[in-house]
Design a protein around this ligand. Sequence first.
Ligand code: UD1
Ligand code: UDP
Length: 384
Amino acid sequence: MPDPAGLPPTSEPTSAPTPALTALHVTGARPNFPKAAPVLAALAERGVRNVLVHTGQHYDDAMSDVFFRELGIPRPDINLGVGSGTHATQTAAVLVGIEDLVLNGEHGRPDVIVVYGDVNSTVAAALVAAKLQIPLAHVEAGLRSFDRSMPEEVNRLVTDRLSDLLLATSADAVEHLTHEGTPAEAIHLVGNPMIDTLLANIDRYDVDAAREAHGLTGPYAVGTLHRPGNVDDPEDVKALVRALHGVADQLPVVIPLHPRGRAGLEAAGLLDHDGIRVVDPIGYIDFMGLVRGASVVVTDSGGVQEETTVLGVPCLTLRPNTERPVTITHGTNQLVTRDNLAQAVKEVLAAPGGDHPVPPLWDGHAGPRIAEVIVSFLAERESV
Ligand code: UD1
Ligand code: UDP
């Protein structure tokens, strides 16, 4: 990726003495970046030398570089440039790239590999760590949709099984890991680093600017859709478009559309309704400004379910399940179908929620907790 101007490489030497520990962080897809930002910062604060890998799974400016610029994430030390492909092609390219980096790269063998979430880059890096016997820390461990038709569920199961440190965002994740037989000492409930990023930047989310940018004068909805289960099959896409038109009959819907499925949704007539405004994916800060001012969000995103919960914006998740049930029990989220979406929007608009709870430990301090767990773990290993 191009170097965001002014940002030093993550591992550039500073005037501080050479730190003893090296953490190799593997990121690659859009949801990884806001999760990694606070962890990188907190480990650097603890004197750990971070080496940041970008696998290149996502590569458009709006899917990648904009997060580095806006969130002050250091420039990746390495970009593997794997790009798009089938699951096997993409996962294999990351496997080969990370293994080569660890065995032959200028940064040497790390003391720990840190992976984030549930994307293909995550599981590939986890396999390398396990095979090369490098301790593996998984940020956002233990989430389960119990739906193996989702590629992410497979990635979560494999990554967690291989991890030495399982860093969980919620109590249900701890329960799943425990139930699966993960040793208690490996599991740490640390809170949600995605929410660290959300809260750290909260003063930058400008609803008026978002309204102006999208020509909005009254209430509006925001939509994000990219799950294969929603956007890959042409018949499903037609039904999805009808459901979104049912929302647009009630209020304008701004859809920053992920590149996956965009062509199919447009071919199925998404734009044949005055109330639908499709735009390219937008930068994190502008996106949060848009979400913050929305009357309702319709999504299949994992991260957006969490962000709406903390912002107190009603969220309707177009999926049969969620690996983030805490956003329902402690938040603003509801699962909906294409058939009941329009009615659900009607009900939300008629009875907007009042005060809402926020899941425990989603308090903006997950990054330092994660750093503490990793540093303590490595210190203990060194002392043995
Ligand atoms: C991936 C993750 C998914 C995550 C999503 C976040 C896996 C298996 N899936 O799905 O869990 O929710 O990222 O956004 O890892 N494309 C571009 N530009 C880009 C990136 C992708 O045009 O910068 C297009 C390509 O046509 C590509 C398609 O999007 O084939 C899908 O990209 P891919 O990374 O394979 O999966 P996502 O659907 O983005
Ligand atoms: N996001 C963004 N601009 C957009 C859509 C999403 O900045 O146009 C951010 C938002 O913070 C979201 C994150 O990207 O939580 C990850 O989004 P995505 O839905 O792609 O991934 P998922 O969380 O479903 O894996």
